[in-house]
Design a protein around this ligand. Structure first.
Ligand code: NAD
Length: 355
């Protein structure tokens, strides 16, 4: 069977790591028809918008995409296309497994954590008020009227929005994921002691959903305490479920535990559509240098194979990546500072073992 997949090379290091992942996915023998879609800076130059409708239509039609990272301008310019893509396709669950492979030089052993991040709301809902705007002035007046609290006039405001609906579906997703993947425990991470209403609602909903899954253990932890425990004894964690912003930060922390951004894959999943992409960004300073680690992108491809029902090919590809890591020869600078190989040589080594 041939799988039709939208391929988004992305920008910065995106095209190099995406090409490496495409090569090793094809080397498994699984047949793909790739529909290449341009999103990001290149699309802005070519179509006048960073997120052209053709690309969205291609993902909607194929229902599966493999995506390289995209650069987001800081402070000014268009909002994050990654966030826009997740919101417009309602890819509400971001799944980021962080596992230590044998041979990785890290003080953290036996780590095998899956971060499940809510992807559509929280401070990422995109409801922001700029300093001095008339909308901001109205908002500050309204806050004073309702709460009696005075916010400084020279403030900018971003709204943190947490709904019961989105909390319920992400926590349910985490428990279903745990059940399907033989996981034992789900931990909800929050700051409900301070953010009593928003994170409080997330926690209350998580506790309610947990009661439907008596076969899976459940606990909750404050995000600050979770950061400390993650670096002290990461082995106590299994599946984490978090609101959007904490999920973003904790998934980078977990990537650090298992060897860095070059080894952290991910997927953005909705009810019908799934977009597979690494946790890392476009690392512009390394673009075009054949330098960075393509394994996070390849492991995102492994997740895609599993999603497509190609379990055997997924296990084989993950096994070969693990073998190449354990051998320690064909590794990039992040895993092998002395005498590293380039991005495409990692793909060569993995593809050769799959033949
Ligand atoms: P980044 O992940 O791009 O890079 C941070 C550092 O991590 C790099 O300097 C490098 O040292 C390391 N790194 C990243 N990928 C690596 C790889 N494959 N192999 C080895 N080392 C790797 O984060 P950043 O510098 O904060 O962001 C750069 C751009 O990427 C920004 O515009 C940001 O908005 C964007 N971004 C996009 C996505 C996405 O498309 N999903 C995710 C995160 C950041």
């Amino acid at each position: 069977m041939q799988h039709r997949v939208t391929l988004i090379p992305g920008d910065g290091i995106g095209p190099e790591v995406t090409e490496s992942a495409r090569r090793v996915l094809e080397a498994t023998g699984v047949k793909f028809q790739w529909d290449t879609a341009i999103i990001g800076n290149q699309a802005l130059d070519k179509f006048g918008t960073p997120l052209p409708d053709q690309a969205l239509q291609s993902i909607k039609k194929n229902k599966v995409a493999l995506k390289g990272p995209l650069t987001t301008p800081i402070g000014t310019g268009f909002r994050s296309i990654n966030v826009a893509l997740r919101q417009s396709l309602d890819l509400y669950a971001c799944v980021r497994p962080c596992k230590v492979y044998s041979g990785i030089n890290t003080p953290f052993k036996d780590v095998d954590i899956v971060v499940v991040r809510e992807n559509t709301e929280d401070l990422y809902a995109g409801i922001e008020f700029a300093k001095g705007d008339s909308g901001t002035r109205q908002l500050l007046d309204l806050v004073r009227e309702i709460t009696g609290k005075e916010i400084r006039k020279d403030s900018a405001v971003s709204l943190k929005v947490i709904s019961e609906t989105a909390s319920r579906r992400i926590v349910r997703f985490a428990f279903e994921y745990a059940r399907r993947n033989g996981r034992k425990k789900v931990t909800a991470v929050h700051k409900a002691n301070i953010l009593k209403f928003s994170d409080g609602l997330f926690l209350e909903t998580a506790r309610e959903v947990a009661r439907e899954y008596s076969d899976i253990q459940f606990n909750d932890m404050l995000v600050d305490a979770a950061c400390m425990e993650l670096v002290r004894k990461p082995q106590i964690f299994d599946v984490l479920v978090l609101p959007n912003l904490y999920g973003d930060m904790i998934s980078d922390l977990c990537a650090g535990l298992v060897g860095g951004m070059g080894l952290a894959p991910g997927a953005n999943i909705g009810d019908e559509i799934a977009v597979f992409e690494p946790t890392h960004g476009s690392a512009p300073k390394y673009a075009g240098q054949n330098k960075v680690n393509p394994m996070a992108m390849m492991l995102s491809g492994v997740m895609m194979l599993r999603h497509l029902g190609e379990k055997h090919a997924a296990d084989r590809l993950e096994g070969v990546i693990a073998e190449v890591i354990a051998e320690g020869r064909s590794l990039t600078y992040d895993l092998k500072p002395d005498n590293p190989v380039g991005t495409s040589q990692v793909a060569d080594a993995i593809a050769a073992k799959l033949k």
